[in-house]
Design a protein. Sequence first.
Lengths: 154, 255
Amino acid sequence: MNFYIPPQIKRLALAFIIFIALFLVLRSFLVPDSFGQYGFYRGESLADNAKPEIHYAGHQSCLECHQDIEDLKLMDVHSDISCETCHGPGQKHVLSSEAADIFKPASRESCGVCHEKNAAKRKSAIFQIQLDTHNTGKNCTECHNSHQPWTMKE
Amino acid sequence: MDNERVKSSRRKFLRSAVAVAGATLGYTWLKSTQFLVYAAEPEDKSLPWYGIVIDIEKCIGCGSCAKACKNENDVPVEPFFFRIWVEQYTVMNDGSVDIKSPNGGIDGFKQTIPDEKIFKSFFVPKMCNHCSKSPCSQVCPVGATYESPEGVVLIDEKYCIGCRYCVQACPYGCRFIHPEKKVANKCTLCYHRLKKGLAPACMEICPTGARMYGNLRDKNSELVKFLKEHTTQVLRPNLNTGAKLYYNALSSEVR
């Protein structure tokens, strides 16, 4: 039981120990505290990812002021569509209540995005029209009420 | 004499082997101190475990989802980078397949191929699959991308060094380098909205309800009910990525 450790190995071992100790000291300064809290990543990054502001307010926010429109909508085929699908992001409008802060689609193309005929759209999924032959030159809202599409205007 | 030496060296070897094994074992017990090794996976069952369903039969290719995603997450409109996008697959009568995604579908789709030539056609909305064994987070050299305790694959923008390994590793092509921030960027399943109790922007605005998200742990959730009642499929199941984005009515042409 007598281990003979040559002096050069001892020196090498010492160098290693110093190197590892230095590494550990440096590491403790460089690695953020929350690293490894949940896994191999910075735990605080979860909060960072939850931080950005929302742009879409959500359907419930719209109903606080526009329940009347929702009642119209519920009576027709557009009942399941969220307001912001056509009107765009509404958080700015929710905060300011300015009409200028919300988009009002008023072109044939805006309706056509969903309703233009395409072979890939299932007939059961959506009512489709040929934009270039269906009452050309007229705006959709001249005949249809966009919230109640099947209640035709005169 | 020789025999004696062999025995003693074997004893020495065994002794040091036991010491090494013991030290390793002892070290694993020290894991809780998080000295060098990190906790593997949080098993917090109280949090939701998010999954996604996309119903191809309901998708009408309006591109509202792709547009909403750009608005909600401030993804630059040009040049064209997408967190989520829509592809149109058209199988011709001669068997060839045409795949289109003009501007990622944010302006909708115009039919360019006449009906007579088409055998079938359908839209495939693509997005991050939020894999539970995600290749992108496995290759990250600095721990800047990870699977959150809710099963959402996220990026730590402060830690990302922009090395692009993850962009190459993702088999679904769902990552890109943000042209202004110069770090990796991808779908976060609108983590900031989920945390506020809101639906992700794309799910919020989908007019036909083709997109659904929900808690896979809750066996009574709408999502799990849908998965029970429909034949769903993930993309590239052979890669064993543990994808949590399930497609209903997925055709075999989809890549």
